[in-house]
Design a protein around this ligand. Structure first.
Ligand SMILES: Nc1nc2c(ncn2[C@@H]2O[C@H](COP(=O)(O)OP(=O)(O)OP(=O)(O)O)[C@@H](O)[C@H]2O)c(=O)[nH]1
Length: 522
């Protein structure tokens, strides 16, 4: 049975692979090599010609190069492997480097290919595979790569689709996945401040039994870890296989690593929009690890995904801050124009102004002036039961009812604050105001807004009325401002009385400069 691998997978293999691919249409042979083979054989291209392969074989096979002149047709071991012959040669050299070459067949993108695997002769994985005669070690490495590829693609799609509030959770899951994949005992993300002279630990995963340090690593300044900061800024990378070998200039870092029993550590910088924003790192605790190129590549990949997620989180935060500012600015605008932003009614500011104006007018024209204070009953429990948004809807419904009920010229309805409304009825005497208030309660009941906690099962209103009679300005000591203030206070006291008397009723009083008398009308 042949294994199936993708081009991308072969690219990531730590083993040098040269493989032959036949173009389906023309049956032309093409030979490719992966980056590990390029590094090993110092090749500067990913595709090789027959001449390249011959030249390579001549360099590697001493026997071949000696005999070349006399026996021109000696088999070329790389070509043999690429032709599908069983090859297992350990006598090859590349410069001073003893090489091991072995043939393997597998399929890439559904096409069978023959490959030559090339590794330094002491490469553990390769030797094990060669000695036991099976490729399970190499397959394991491929499976490992495949599993990590899968993990990365899952992580990136989860992070790309994450809502702002889920991003932290997904970053933590990504770190946990890396750790559980066996990369480290502790995986973490640190973020830089705007001036790049301070870092803080924002996310952390630790293996069971390993201590967490997120809480204490919150404000680490450049002067605390100068060598590390310089490394991150200049190289974007810090790879320490063995903390004990750190040089004297990294003494602060060594002290910190020792205090956490870190024996090996690797950190990779994260960038967003060309700007350094932080780093992602792995620690080995109480044991050492030689970080492979694959480990570093993997960490870089995860770092890139996390950096993108952090950047989109920043954008979302900035967006919601701008939205909040807009809403506040809008509310201030409403305030300035005298309008309540939720209901569209006049606001308290406009009401105070109108009350003063109307009081002067009624004194001047010897006309009565009635003021109604209207409050929604048990509105707190309405909010608690049906939610604040339904509460807002109910407030708007009541506002619309008031607006349509008090629509005579000169009548003014305002949202006094919260769930309380005030209505000015210029020219209305007490009995007219009471009658109008009574009708309002009937219309409110007809709306039929359910409120389980109310006695009637419906949302209702309580109304307190104070009426300034037409002759209230006769007293020369009475000023419009004082009378307006008293009218407001006495309407409020009447409302309080209506609440006390069971709600869903109207209580009224005639303006008394010194005392308040109530008539129960409903
Ligand atoms: N949904 C919503 N609720 C508001 C708004 N303004 C004030 N409220 C709520 O109105 C409720 C008023 O509660 P209380 O003053 O305790 O009075 P109540 O529950 O209506 O009781 P009584 O007045 O005694 O019948 C509070 O829960 C406020 O949160 C608003 O703009 N929207």
């Amino acid at each position: 049975m042949h294994n199936t691998f993708s081009d991308a997978l072969i690219e990531q293999l730590p083993i040098g692979v040269l493989w032959r691919y036949l173009e389906p249409d023309t049956a032309t042979q093409r030979v490719y090599c992966n980056p590990a083979a390029q590094r090993l054989l110092k090749l500067d291209t990913g595709e090789l010609s027959i001449a390249d392969i011959n030249a390579l074989a001549l360099t590697m096979d001493t026997e071949l190069s000696i005999k070349k002149t006399s026996e021109a047709l000696l088999p070329n071991p790389i070509q043999q492997a690429l032709d599908g012959e069983l090859i297992d040669r350990r006598d090859l050299l590349f410069g001073q480097l003893p090489l091991h070459l072995k043939s393997l067949r597998f399929s890439v993108n559904q096409q069978q290919v023959c490959a030559a695997l090339i590794q330094p002769r002491d490469h553990r994985l390769f030797i094990e595979s060669a000695e036991t005669g099976d490729m399970s070690g190499i397959e394991l490495s491929l499976r490992d790569t495949l599993a990590f590829d899968k993990l990365i693609s899952e992580l990136s799609s989860r992070l790309i689709n994450a809502e702002g509030s889920q991003i932290d959770q997904h970053i933590e899951a990504a770190l946990a996945a890396m750790g559980q994949f066996g990369l480290a005992d502790r995986c973490y993300v640190f973020q830089f401040n705007a001036t790049l002279d301070q870092i803080h630990n924002s996310h952390e995963w630790v293996r069971e039994g390993v201590s967490a340090h997120l809480d204490e690593l919150q404000h680490i300044a450049q002067e605390d870890l100068p060598w590390f900061f310089a490394n991150m800024r200049e190289e974007g990378l810090m790879v320490v296989h063995d903390v004990a070998t750190l040089s004297a200039e990294a003494s602060n870092e060594r002290e910190l690593f020792d205090s956490e029993d870190i024996r090996s550590i690797v950190c990779v910088a994260m960038q967003a929009g060309g700007q350094l924003i932080g780093f992602v790192g792995c620690d080995m605790v109480a044991r050492q690890r030689h970080w492979s190129e694959a480990d570093i590549r993997r960490l870089k990949l995860v770092g890139e995904i996390i950096a993108q997620a952090l950047q989109s989180q920043q954008y979302l935060k900035a967006l919601s801050a701008t939205q909040r500012q807009l809403i506040e600015a809008n509310q201030r605008l409403h305030q300035l124009v005298g309008e309540d932003s939720l209901t569209g009614l006049a606001n308290r500011r406009q009401f105070d102004h109108e009350l003063d104006t109307e009081m002067r007018r009624s004194m001047r024209q010897q006309q009565p002036l009635s003021l109604l204070m209207i409050d929604i009953d048990h509105f707190k429990s309405f909010n608690d039961t049906y939610g604040h948004l339904n509460g807002d809807d109910a407030l708007r419904t009541v506002a619309n009812l008031l607006h349509s009920h008090f629509k005579r010229s000169g009548e003014l309805v305002c949202r006094f604050g919260g769930e309380e409304f005030a209505v000015l009825l210029p020219g209305a005497n007490k009995s007219q105001a009471v009658e109008s208030g009574g009708h309002l309660l009937e219309k409110m009941a007809q709306l039929g807004i359910h409120h389980a906690a109310a006695e009637s099962g419906l949302l209702s209103l309580s109304i307190g009325i104070a009426c300034a009679p037409e002759d209230c300005g006769d007293d020369p000591s009475a000023s419009a401002a004082i009378l307006a203030n008293n009218l407001l206070q006495q309407a409020d006291q009447a409302l309080y009385q209506a609440k006390k008397e069971g709600r869903n009723c109207v209580i009224s009083t005639l303006l008394q400069p010194s005392q308040a008398l109530y008539d129960s009308d409903e």
